[in-house]
Each structure stands twice: as structure tokens, then as C-alpha cells.
Design a protein around this ligand. Structure first.
Ligand code: SF4
Ligand code: SF4
Ligand code: SF4
Length: 369
């Protein structure tokens, strides 16, 4: 069946390259009229304004707007409505962490399969280009976050050595509201893994979380300080890397999967920490090697006993995720600080423009009039 031209227009406006797979996603998730309404809402507008532009009476338009809000395809203010500004925001709001997961507008299995097809075959390749671009512009990608548990297991690191911007525990403690969401990768195109699900911090202490918390069918939940800390630590224990707002493994994570699939570890920026091995304590069990997504651990024969091996962390390959440290039963691994605080500063602008530090994208509009 040919695609209604409005899907192509919407796809173009979202900046998606020529992609039949994405047109299939749009066709399966919204009607042509809904797509037309979304097209008009790249700039916020009220129902009467839209009614005039689209030549639809306000009463029936209002019904469509209500459905689109419930589907997570547009956001609602006091009188205004708005569509999402990027493909990433569109995907997250209508299919992933803040999407409806129960009720009449929950994603169907068919819709999820289409997103999955689009992600693994096309979008994940585009992610690589985006990261390369980010590194070109800023000198680095967003660094991996140091692990809360690994820091606790490294008594040589004093609390005052940890910078506020890399101290996730502090961010959790200082949050005004603590709202957890389900892992967006798993809910969109995951393979049904057994890792903890409520590991997404993209709505945590943000207007985005407050907006979606009370919409029907969402899985978001507000938690206590202790619960939020435990969710982060549980994710670390399960072997999930903390990058940006997510705790992920490389099976279906938007960012980690394309990088490890292609072994482009250079695209994952390390933080200021690296794991080091205490030779005296290492038993050579190799558990740490299995945990490391970046092939940063090798084994070298023990002097005088070549049948035995000990772990060695390759300094230039270690990203500082800390997962190996948590895994090591004999506590033979710990963090060392290997880069100065200036390392986290952004690259100075070369073209005279004001530089913007690498960060996760701003999502949709949550403070509409
Ligand atoms: S990225 Fe990993 S943790 Fe997240 S859903 Fe996929 S398999 Fe599970
Ligand atoms: S997990 Fe610990 S004891 Fe086992 S090989 Fe790695 S560093 Fe050595
Ligand atoms: S060696 Fe691997 S698992 Fe350990 S901190 Fe470095 S990147 Fe993470």
C-alpha cells in the first residue's frame, strides 16, 4: 500500500533520511489526519488556532488532540499543544520511557516490531554519525558516569575528589522530585532481558517527569531517596553502564549497542576514572573481563608461574564505568583518578560562537501556555 504523502512530510520535518522503515512506523502509529495535526504543531498552537488552519471544527479537533496527548505524540499546556522537536524525543515520548504501556493507546506488538526494524537496520547507524559529529564539535562525547558502588569500593578516592557534575549520588540526593521511568530501549525494541526495568533517569527531577507521571497508562513512578539510590545501585550490580540518563547494556541500548557492535570504542568518551588491579589480590578468575563492554581487560601470566594469569586493565581502553570493580569478589579492583578536573570542560569554540557542552537533547515542550 502506498504511503500517504503526509507521512513523508512528517518524516522529512523530523530530519529522518529517506526511510521506508520509518514511514511504516508512522503509518502504524498515527492516522494521516493525526500526522497532519502533528505537522502543524512543530510550533505550539491552541485548538482554535489549529481549527482555523486545518479547517476542522473545534469540537472534533479537540477529540483528536486528546487522543494524541494520550498517545504521547503531543504535549498539552493550559491552552496550547505542541509536537516533539526531534526524532529522539518523538520516539521516547510515544514509544519508550514515557509512552503509554497499558490502556487503549499502549504500543502494539506490531508497532514495536516496526520500531525495532527501523532501529537495528537504520537508526543505530545514524547514531554513530551523530556521535562522530559530537566528537568533532566538542572534542568528546558525553563521558560515561562513574559508578556509585565502584566509588564506594575505592577508599583511596576521597569524597572531596569527586566533582559535583560526575557525582550521581549527589544528584539523586539533591533532587526535588525523584521520578523513575522504565528503560526505553527495552520497552521499544528489547529482547525481554531480565535486567532491572525501572532504570531510566531521563524524567528524573525534570518537568518531563512531572508532566508524564499522571498521564494514563504510563509506568513512571515517584520514589523516595532510598529507592532512587537503590535503583541506581541495582542497575550497576546487574552490569548496566551508566551513560547520560540511562543504565544500559549493549544488547539493545540506543547508544551502547551501535558502538560495541562496530567495536568503535573510541566513540565512547571515558570519564576521569580508570580501574586498576591489585596484583596481590587478583585470583585470575576473569569475571571482570566478562563484565567489560570495551575489551579493556587483558590477562598476563604471573611471574614465576606462567600457568596462572592476573588481570591487567589497559589504561587507554578503560572508560571508567566501574562495572568490573563491582564484580570482583576479592576486591582486587579499584578506581584511580587518571584525568584532571579540566578534562570535563568543553572544548573552546574555534569559530567565535558560544560553545555548548555535550549534553542529552532537550525533549519536548512541557511548559506550554
Ligand atoms: S539495553 Fe540492556 S538493560 Fe536495557 S533493555 Fe536492552 S538488554 Fe535490557
Ligand atoms: S574479577 Fe577480580 S579477581 Fe577476578 S580476574 Fe578480575 S581482578 Fe582478578
Ligand atoms: S576496565 Fe572495563 S569494566 Fe572496568 S571500569 Fe574500565 S571500562 Fe569499565
Amino acid at each position: 500500500m502506498p504511503f500517504d504523502p503526509v507521512y513523508k512530510e512528517l518524516s522529512d520535518k523530523l530530519g529522518v533520511w529517506e526511510s521506508v522503515r520509518f514511514l511504516r512506523v508512522l503509518q502504524a502509529t498515527m492516522t494521516p489526519l493525526e500526522a497532519k495535526i502533528c505537522m502543524e504543531l512543530f510550533e505550539p498552537a491552541t485548538c482554535p488556532e489549529l481549527s482555523e488552519r486545518l479547517n476542522i471544527d473545534t469540537k472534533s479537533l479537540q477529540k483528536h488532540l486528546d487522543v494524541l496527548v494520550d498517545k504521547g505524540m503531543i504535549t498539552r499546556g493550559l491552552t496550547q499543544y505542541a509536537f516533539h522537536t526531534t526524532l529522539l524525543a518523538f520516539h521516547h515520548e510515544c514509544c519508550a520511557d514515557t509512552a503509554p504501556h497499558t490502556g487503549p493507546y499502549a504500543m502494539t506488538e506490531e508497532q514495536k516490531a516496526l520500531w525495532k526494524d527501523f532501529f537495528y537496520n537504520e537508526w543505530s547507524h545514524e547514531f554513530m554519525k551523530h556521535i562522530e559529529e559530537m566528537i568533532k564539535n566538542f572534542g568528546k562525547n558525553l563521558p560515561i558516569s562513574p559508578s556509585i558502588l565502584a566509588l564506594e569500593l575505592s577508599p583511596n578516592i576521597k569524597p572531596e575528589d569527586i566533582l559535583p557534575e560526575e557525582n550521581f549520588k549527589l544528584k539523586i540526593e539533591n533532587a526535588k522530585r525523584r521520578i523513575l521511568a522504565p528503560c526505553g530501549c527495552r520497552t521499544s525494541w528489547g529482547h525481554g532481558c531480565d535486567k532491572p526495568l525501572m532504570t531510566c533517569f531521563a524524567a528524573f527531577d525534570r518537568p518531563r517527569g512531572e508532566y508524564y507521571l499522571n498521564l494514563p497508562g504510563r509506568l513512571l513512578k515517584e520514589v523516595s531517596l532510598e529507592e532512587a539510590l537503590e535503583a541506581a545501585k541495582d542497575a550497576e550490580r546487574a552490569g548496566l553502564v551508566h551513560w547520560g540518563d540511562c543504565y544500559c547494556c549493549d544488547s539493545c541500548c540506543e547508544n551502547l549497542f551501535p558502538i560495541t557492535r562496530s567495536k568503535r570504542y573510541d566513540l565512547m568518551t571515558p570519564n576521569r576514572y580508570a580501574a586498576v588491579v591489585d596484583d596481590e589480590k587478583c585470583t585470575g578468575c576473569k569475571k571482570c573481563e566478562k563484565r567489560c563492554y570495551f575489551e579493556a581487560i587483558e590477562f598476563i601470566p604471573v611471574e614465576g608461574n606462567p600457568k596462572r594469569v592476573k588481570a591487567h586493565v589497559i589504561p587507554e581502553s578503560c572508560k571508567g564505568c566501574g562495572l568490573c570493580i563491582i564484580t570482583c569478589k576479592p576486591n582486587a579492583l579499584r578506581y584511580e583518578i587518571v584525568r584532571p578536573p579540566e578534562y570535563l570542560k568543553q572544548k573552546p569554540p574555534e569559530d567565535g560562537k558560544e560553545a555548548v557542552a555535550p549534553q542529552f537533547p532537550v525533549w519536548g515542550h512541557y511548559n506550554l501556555k
